[in-house]
Design a protein around this ligand. Structure first.
Ligand code: PRX
Length: 659
């Protein structure tokens, strides 16, 4: 599905539909520019006003930004609030009590609706339940749950009592879960017996048992289990409790714990350049402010909208655009338990039609796989469904190629709906560079312009600004409220990773390359500049996968690189040297399978290499450094045209090319 060169020289422009622009929260480029100018003129005043107007404060803040200990910035420092109060109680007070907060569609198609009043009650009961087992403000709680109202309620309940949650995606292995439980020092784990996805039941509680059984999780006093499927599980006496048993006894109201603006709302682990995942720590007030503002600005959320973000709560997109943003905005949202291809690849379109979704937000990988499915089977083509309820489409998590963008725009949005290609990261808390649907003329493949207040720029390695048209590294020059506060337990790594000395120590380094269009100044993200891969919108460190591979008894050495993939964006390609002789034929296939399963067990199925090649050695410099740039070329199946004079063992290239 490669885009033609003509498409890469993108010159199609789609101005906002006039109807949309007329009613939009940010209506037109003049309005956008005025907001940017306001932020330029009085940066702190700009944010202070937004924070006062958009959040309900228990104690108002008097200082907007504290930069004295940069890059450990503090926002709205002396203010106090509660995130769950802002998401739930505020809606009861605003006349939204009987409004549907969540339309939940289970894997098997069963639909349940939950109003704001009901959700508030569920969260209060769960919050009381957590308190009843001794969980208090500042404690860390790991959440390892399926997509469910209970999962969202668990996050909100933690927020209500000031406990810091750390959600671990249900696809991660026992070992990954154990590492995160230990790193966060979690006192409890909230999980489910099993998850239902694509017609299958997959264990969750058994994986929690395995993770805790690996040792080191001594701080965990309780495991709380939501009964989802009724599948068989082991109950550990004194430690394990059923969620329903714990909750049923609880009162239906729970006073929120007022926390400082900077109180850590959550830690979310993500991959970096080294083998160890980073616990990205977010604040309460600054984070929530941006979750809410981007709902208003990027998604133009209106009271009558039916919003649907297809992400999982295990990723940041599910945090900001399922658990926090839509609820803070008082919206009605769809929450989906299953997968886009079950019972068939028309599931998303069917659900949009059935629930009359107005705003749809998904990942390019999903779009690309649904394009393939629709090409193969006309029955699951979006043109078979009534999608007239839609008014806005969004894309997130990886670059969207112009061809997929056009398909999405034409076939799903029927050329009526703007497509917002939102660039952001776990660390940024919410959207950073994105079109505004009622203002920004769209260009397929470009995330266009930074949101008001976001001082994004493209610079060279010394921090010097580069002219438009010249590719460089993406930075953010000023702190913003929803930015990462630190890496949990590792402030030095936080400084080194995001605020390197070479850039002056105060400029946020996103880790992506970018280029701005010469005429429009629009940004295009050119991909990660570090050893991080993006496979199906899932972020993974090459080192993490290499560490997993070398932990296998058969493996002597491994190097992992990404290669372009039509559906998943990037695919994982591993070059492996075994302790025994290089295998070939069936033996090679057998060992490759073993290693793939091994990686799934060590990290999770999402980290399985698509391709494994065996060599007697890896291409190395004379000082022993693996030359990954050559491996990247080999992985793509291209000829090596680069200089290989520093290579110790050039013959190895031929071997790795063939294997
Ligand atoms: O490389 C960028 C890519 O995804 C990375 C962030 O991944 P993660 O922290 O898992 O968050 C994903 C959901 C926000 C970025 O460094 N990325 C994300 N959105 C886009 C993107 N690349 C291009 N275009 C995007 N819209």
């Amino acid at each position: 599905m490669a885009d033609t060169d003509a498409q890469k020289q993108e010159n199609r422009i789609f101005p906002p539909p006039p109807d949309f622009a007329r009613n939009a929260t940010i209506s037109g480029m003049d309005a956008y520019k005025a907001m940017c100018a306001e932020a330029d003129r009085d940066y702190e005043g700009f944010w202070a006003k937004l924070a006062k107007d958009n959040l309900a404060w228990h104690k108002p803040f008097s200082k907007t930004l504290n930069e004295s200990n940069a890059p450990f910035y503090k926002w709205f420092e002396d203010g106090q609030l509660n995130v769950s109060y802002n998401c739930l109680d505020r809606n009861l007070e605003n006349g939204n009590a009987d409004k549907t907060a969540i339309i939940f569609e289970a894997d098997d198609g069963k639909v349940t609706r939950v109003t704001y009043r009901e959700l508030h009650e569920r969260v209060c009961k769960l919050a009381n339940a957590l308190k009843s087992i001794g969980i208090k403000k500042g404690d860390r709680v790991v959440i390892y749950m399926p997509m469910s109202v209970e999962g969202i309620a668990a996050m909100q309940a933690c927020a209500r009592i000031g406990a810091t949650h750390s959600v671990v995606f249900g696809g991660f292995s026992a070992k990954s879960l154990q590492e995160r439980i230990i790193d966060a020092g979690a006192v409890a784990v909230i999980t489910a017996d099993e998850q239902a996805r694509g017609g299958k039941h997959l264990p969750l509680k058994a994986i929690v048992d395995e993770a805790i059984g690996m040792g080191g999780c001594d701080a965990v006093r309780n495991v709380i289990i939501y009964r989802r499927t009724g599948g068989n599980i082991n109950l550990v006496r004194g430690r394990d409790v059923w969620l329903h048993e714990l909750v049923d006894k609880q009162p239906a109201s729970c006073d929120p714990e007022w926390v400082e603006a900077e109180h850590p709302l959550f830690i979310l682990y993500t991959s970096g350049s080294t083998g160890k995942p980073k616990g990205v720590q977010h604040s309460s007030a600054g984070y929530l402010l941006w979750a809410l503002l981007t709902m208003k600005w990027t998604f133009d959320i209106k009271p009558q909208d039916i919003f649907w973000c297809t992400a999982d709560i295990g990723w940041v997109t599910g945090h900001t655009y399922i658990t926090y943003g839509p609820l803070a905005a008082g919206a009605t949202q769809i929450v989906f338990e299953g997968v886009p291809t079950y019972p068939n690849a028309g599931r998303f379109w069917d659900m949009i039609q059935k629930h009359k979704a107005t705003i749809f937000y998904t990942a390019p990988t999903a779009i690309r796989s649904l394009i393939k499915a629709a090409d193969a089977d006309a029955q699951v083509h979006p043109n078979q469904y009534d999608l007239s309820s839609l008014r806005l489409l969004g894309s997130v998590g990886e670059p969207i190629n112009p061809e997929a963008w056009m398909w999405y725009y034409r076939n799903v949005g029927r050329e009526r709906c703007p497509v917002v290609d939102t660039f952001w990261q776990t660390e940024t808390g919410g959207h950073m560079i994105t079109p505004l649907p009622g203002a920004t003329p769209l260009v397929p493949g470009s995330c266009t312009l930074p949101l008001p207040g976001i001082m994004a720029a493209v610079v060279d390695e010394t921090g010097q600004a580069l002219p438009n048209g010249q590719g460089g590294i993406l930075v953010v020059k000023r702190p913003w409220p929803s930015m990462i506060r630190t890496i949990w337990g590792d402030p030095e790594r936080f400084k080194k990773s995001y605020f390197p000395e070479e850039l002056g120590g105060k400029t946020y380094l996103a880790g992506d390359g970018a280029v701005r269009d010469e005429k429009t100044g629009y940004f295009t993200i050119t991909g990660r500049i570090d050893d991080v891969l993006n496979v199906s919108g899932h972020r993974m460190g090459t080192m993490e996968i290499e560490s997993a591979l070398v932990a296998n008894a058969l493996v002597a050495e491994a190097a992992v690189v990404g290669k372009p993939d039509e559906t998943t964006g990037e695919a994982i390609c591993a070059f492996v040297v075994l302790k025994r002789a290089r295998p070939s034929g069936d033996e090679a296939r057998q060992i490759a399978k073993e290693l793939r399963d091994w990686v799934a067990k060590e990290i999770g199925p999402i980290a399985k290499p698509k391709e494994i090649r065996f060599g007697d050695n890896l291409p190395k410099t004379r000082s022993g450094k693996i030359m990954r740039r050559l491996l990247r070329v080999l992985a793509k199946g291209e000829e090596i045209t680069q200089d290989v004079s520093t290579l110790e063992n050039p013959a190895i290239l031929e071997q790795l090319k063939q294997s």
